[in-house]
Design a protein around this ligand. Structure first.
Ligand code: SF4
Length: 63
């Protein structure tokens, strides 16, 4: 899986970064971004937790 953050929906709450800082980080616009690469298998559960926890549903999973 890969993760994608919709920049128009992200409200910069930081939750996804605190849940999985290996995949999510701040970008220059102070919004969250996900790594471009495939999410390592051992981090998939954390990314799914971040997807479910995001208050604005800004994170989606892409194949
Ligand atoms: S949890 Fe959602 S709103 Fe919060 S920083 Fe991450 S992508 Fe943005």
């Amino acid at each position: 899986m890969k993760a994608y953050v919709d920049q128009d929906l992200c409200i910069s709450c930081g939750l996804c970064i605190s849940i999985c800082e290996e995949v999510f980080s701040w970008n220059d616009d102070d919004k969250a971004q996900a790594i471009d690469e495939e999410v390592p298998e051992e981090l998939e559960d954390s990314v799914k937790e971040a997807i479910e926890s995001c208050p604005t549903e800004a994170i989606s999973e892409i194949e």
